[in-house]
Design a protein around this ligand. Sequence first.
Ligand code: SAH
Length: 264
Amino acid sequence: MQPDDFAPGTVWLVGAGPGDPELLTMKAVRLIESADIVFHDALVGASILSLIPSKTETVSVGKRSGRHSKDQRTIDAMLVEAAAAGKRVVRLKGGDPSIFGRSAEELTALREAGYSVYICPGITTACAAAASAGISLTLRGVARDVRFVTAHSRRGAALDIDWNSLAGGGSTLAFYMGREAAGAIMRGLMLAGMAGDTAVMIACHVSGPDERRLTTRLDLLELATRSFAADAPTLIVVGAAVAQAEAAPVGLRNAACSPRSTFM
Ligand code: SAH
């Protein structure tokens, strides 16, 4: 799209990537710099928010698991209202808007209200975590697909996940919002037949200065996750692809990785 793609009354759902401002697309930066108003969620960190010009209105609609400060309908209504006021609107979301980003609700609300809405993709956490760890999410002949799985459930409810479809091997499983569900993920996959020594990576604050990654095995997942702060955004990656980080020669490993630890 051309730089005249941001007329007044237009909304862009913009992927902010995992945290490092250098992982923003150039398009995202242009949109952020030319918006009249930016609505952002809690996962968008200070170093990205600092790119928003000081004259631009900034609204936190901070949604974090268990602490929803605004419900989705309120956010939808706020976006429609801003578009109706003729503003150029950026809705800034962590990672990629299309991965567990509630973008469908916002797209529908804006389209139904008759406003133009576009999406600027971002780097999703699983890809950024793989990059930090120096691994590939797919492995020829070993990991033939990548599954993005939400491990979020309504408070107290069991996870609604088809473990058999995930545990067959041959996939790399990236669990978003899985910090609290680590025990359920471990048991669900193992009861469905996945080996206890399957490689697992836990990664929090991916791409940020506080990034922490830990590689372990599936049957230690629940225990290992306890060493991660409960409120840190945390991704859990399961599968043979994770084992590459272990297999890499030490020099290569050090070159590819920021501080990491192994828990085996
Ligand atoms: N749209 C986002 C995902 C939103 S769901 C994306 O594409 O990445 C929120 C979950 O994403 C968090 O609970 C966590 O599991 C994961 N997440 C987001 N940012 C993260 C980060 N910097 N480090 C680790 N996990 C992150």
